[in-house]
Design a protein around this ligand. Structure first.
Ligand code: UDP
Ligand code: MG
Length: 334
């Protein structure tokens, strides 16, 4: 049996929270009765500095039923950080943690299939939306462009997967080995590795209230994601410089031909050649400096260099050894 925690970040979710809680309770009670999850499974609502009655509702829910727990952040820190806070509190308590949005867009019934995959040995189960029929054209277009852009810029994200996912306790503990401050979950989780599965689900419309991710936030989210994960944009500067240098070499021949044919005014050739060649050299130089800055940047993140899946040693099976784990040693398989 799995001790399951469900983590729900909430920001001004007063209109939906009671309904979300009711449905989650029904689901988890059903799973307990079916003998799939333990009785001490929990739902953790994380109040991300809401300005409405969200925290009051969470307090009431907790008072009425110990199934519900609440975490209140000191102020609004954004969805990713709220989620991370919830995951952190569940880290040492649960066998598996599912993160989902408060607005009931994520299909609660997919939890059964998440658990199926977990029981089959997956440490990470990604919820991927099967279609975006319910989204407006604009939302669909911007969201899908987001995934394409991320991919192009070298951030390895799962297409059409938001933050509806299951993490087993091993993957969860390893997640916290990534010590970067700008933790972009959708990019980091695939870096953890282990057996991962995908569950498809229909994304519903928001039950009530409105989206907290307008275009502006989404764009800054994409920018954060790219710059916190990779230094590929810096590499692109070097490539651009090299391409420009090649173009300038070709143009150089053209300029000289023009010069000797006498089609130019005096001074034009030397001027135009300098503009192109110096421009190209400057781009390459900036790119090279950027490359070193990028290295420093990646070093400061202290990402774990590796995560060991299994360690077979003197007829024991140990797992999850990281070279810079605080306790220094392995944890025994449970
Ligand atoms: N959220 C949060 N802090 C924020 C913004 C959003 O915790 O600053 C939560 C929100 O309550 C919801 C989830 O993140 O549970 C996803 O937000 P939303 O549904 O508004 O995004 P969308 O589904 O429109 O992309
Ligand atoms: Mg939503």
């Amino acid at each position: 049996m799995t001790k399951l925690y469900v983590v729900v970040p909430c920001y001004n979710e007063e209109p939906v929270l009671d309904e979300t809680a009711r449905r989650l309770k029904e689901k988890l009670r059903g799973l307990t009765e079916a003998g799939r999850i333990t009785e001490d499974s929990h739902v953790i609502f994380v109040d991300d500095g809401s300005k409405d009655r969200t925290w009051e509702i969470i307090q009431n829910l907790h008072r009425e039923d110990p199934l519900f727990s609440g975490v209140k952040l000191s102020r609004n820190r954004g969805h990713q950080n709220a989620l991370l806070a919830g995951l952190y509190t569940a880290k040492d308590k649960a066998d598996a943690v599912i993160s989902m949005d408060a607005d009931l867009q994520d299909d609660i019934d997919a939890i059964d299939r998440f658990l199926d995959k977990y029981e089959e040995g997956a440490q990470i189960v990604y919820g991927v939306r099967s279609s975006r029929k319910k989204d407006t054209f604009f939302k669909k277009f911007t969201a899908e462009s987001f995934y394409r852009l991320m991919h192009f810029m070298g951030a390895d994200v799962v297409f059409n997967h938001a933050d509806y996912r299951l993490l087993g306790s091993r993957a969860l503990k390893d997640l916290f080995e990534f010590q970067e401050v700008n933790l972009f979950l959708r990019g980091i989780v695939p870096m953890i590795g282990y057996k991962s599965e995908v569950v498809y689900y229909e994304r519903h419309e928001r039950f009530a209230g409105e989206s907290k991710y307008p275009l502006k936030k989404m764009m800054s989210f994409a920018f954060e994601g790219i710059t916190s994960l990779t230094i590929r944009p810096v590499r692109m500067i070097i490539s651009l410089g090299v391409v420009m240098l090649l173009i300038s070499l070709i143009l150089l021949i053209y300029f000289f031909v023009q010069h000797f044919l006498g089609h130019t005014v005096p001074g034009w050739t030397s001027l135009i050649v300098s503009v192109w060649a110096i421009g190209a050299l400057q781009l390459i130089s900036i790119g090279v400096i950027g490359e070193y800055v990028g290295k420093v940047y990646l070093e400061t993140k202290h990402r774990p260099r590796f995560l060991i899946d299994v360690f077979l040693h003197e007829d024991q099976e140990l797992y999850s050894l990281t070279e810079n784990r605080e306790d220094g040693h392995s944890r025994k398989n449970n």
